[in-house]
Design a protein around this ligand. Structure first.
Ligand code: FE2
Length: 359
C-alpha cells in the first residue's frame, strides 16, 4: 500500500512535494501563508493517486514547515461538487545548510526489499538528505510496484528532509513503466534527468535507461533509450552554457553526479554500450568537474578512480558504486560533505561499515 506521507524531492530550483491520496479529493500545500494547489490547466485534480505540488525551494527552506491540505469530495460531479471533509497535516522541514558538514544516505538496488534499506540507513545514522539511486522495485508491471521507492523515501525522510531520485534500469520494465514519470520527480519535459541544489551541494541526475542495447531481444521493441541518452547530451551542454546559474552559481561548495548505471565503467560484453554517447558525457563532465559520480547497479561496492583497469574513458572524478546486494544483505552509502571534500561510508543492513574512505 502506498504511504500517504509526503516526500520532498529536489529538482532545479524547486521542491516537488509528492504524496498519495486514497480517495477523491482536492489537494494543496500551504507554506508561509501561500497556497500551492494541485491543479492542471486551471482544473483542480481530484482523482485518487499520486499527487505532485511544485513549490519554490527558497520559500520552503526559509519557512521550515509546510502543510498538506486535502479536501475530500462527495463526488466529482460536473456541477456543484461538494467538499465533505478537510484534512490538514503539518510537517517540519529541515533544509540542507550551506557552510556546514552535510550527511546524505544513498540507497539503490533494493529490488523491493524495503526493510533492509531501512536497516542499512540506520547503520549510517542520522542524515540530512536521501538519495534513491534506482532499481528500487524489481520491475514495473503494475502501479503498486512504485510503492517501494515512494515508501522507502517516506519512511526515511518523514517528509522532513529532502530526497533525490534517480531511475534505474529495472524501473523501465513492465506495463506500468510508461507512466512511471507520473509518480516520481521529473525535470522539464517529464524527463528523469535534471539538476538540483541543496544548500551548497549542486547535483546532476542522469538516467542511463536500460543496461543493454535497445535492440536486445529481452526488450522486445520496448526500449528507445539511445535517443533519450542523446537528449541528455544536449541537456548537459545547456547546463554548461548556463554554468553561472548551475554549478558555478554563488554558494556552490560541492558538485556531484547521480547515475544508477556507472556509465564510465566497462561492464562486460552485453552491458558495455553507447561508446559514443557515454564518452561524450564523460568529456562534458570534464568541464563541469564534479567531485564524484554516485552509482549503483552492480550490486557491489567499488570506488573506481581514474586509470582503473575497468575505466572505459579518462574520468574527471571517481565513480562511487555505492550499493551492495548479496543473499539477505543490502548495503548503501553514507556520504559526508565537508569543506575538505567528500567521505563515503559503505554501510550494510547487517549493521556493518565495510569501508570508510575519503574521495
Ligand atoms: Fe541496475
Amino acid at each position: 500500500m502506498f504511504s500517504t506521507a509526503p516526500v520532498v524531492y529536489a529538482v532545479g530550483d524547486e521542491y516537488q512535494i509528492m504524496f498519495y491520496v486514497r480517495c477523491t479529493a482536492y489537494a494543496k500545500v500551504v507554506i508561509g501563508g501561500r497556497e500551492f494547489k494541485d491543479s492542471v490547466c486551471g482544473v483542480m485534480r481530484s482523482a485518487k493517486g499520486m499527487r505532485r505540488v511544485r513549490v519554490p525551494r527558497s520559500l520552503l527552506d526559509e519557512c521550515g514547515e509546510y502543510t498538506v491540505v486535502t479536501q475530500n469530495l462527495l463526488a466529482r460531479v460536473a456541477y456543484n461538487p461538494k467538499i465533505i471533509k478537510t484534512t490538514e497535516n503539518k510537517y517540519k522541514f529541515r533544509p540542507v545548510k550551506s557552510g556546514t558538514a552535510v550527511r546524505a544516505f544513498m540507497t539503490g538496488d533494493a529490488h523491493g526489499d524495503i526493510e533492509n534499506v531501512i536497516k542499512s540507513a540506520k547503520s549510517f545514522g542520522a542524515f540530512d538528505f536521501l538519495i534513491l539511486n534506482g532499481d528500487m522495485p524489481n520491475k514495473c508491471d503494475r502501479v503498486r510496484d512504485f510503492e517501494t521507492p515512494h515508501n522507502v523515501a517516506a519512511r526515511l525522510t518523514g517528509g522532513e528532509i529532502p530526497a533525490i531520485f534517480a531511475k534505474g534500469n529495472h524501473e523501465n520494465r513492465g506495463a506500468a513503466a510508461e507512466i512511471f514519470h507520473n509518480f516520481f520527480p521529473v525535470g522539464s519535459g517529464d524527463t528523469l534527468f535534471y539538476t538540483f541544489r541543496l544548500g551548497g551541494i549542486w547535483g546532476l541526475v542522469l538516467d542511463c535507461g536500460e543496461d543493454k542495447e535497445d535492440d536486445n531481444a529481452e526488450y522486445g521493441g520496448s526500449a528507445d533509450f539511445s535517443q533519450y541518452r542523446r537528449q541528455q547530451t544536449e541537456f548537459i551542454k545547456r547546463i554548461i552554457a548556463d554554468s553561472e546559474n548551475e554549478y558555478e552559481a554563488p554558494g556552490v561548495e560541492h558538485r556531484i553526479v547521480v547515475s544508477h548505471v556507472p556509465f564510465i565503467r566497462d561492464m562486460g560484453k552485453l552491458f558495455t554500450i553507447e561508446e559514443k554517447t557515454f564518452s561524450e558525457w564523460t568529456k562534458l563532465l570534464g568541464t563541469i568537474k564534479p567531485e564524484a559520480i554516485f552509482s549503483a547497479h552492480l550490486h557491489r561496492y567499488e570506488i573506481m578512480r581514474n586509470g582503473s583497469e575497468y575505466a572505459r574513458f579518462p574520468s574527471p572524478c571517481p565513480t562511487v558504486v555505492g550499493t551492495f546486494r548479496r543473499d539477505n544483505c543490502l548495503g548503501g552509502s553514507g556520504i559526508t560533505f565537508d569543506k575538505d571534500g567528500i567521505t563515503v561510508d559503505f554501510t550494510t543492513s547487517e549493521g556493518k561499515t565495510v569501508l570508510s574512505e575519503k574521495i
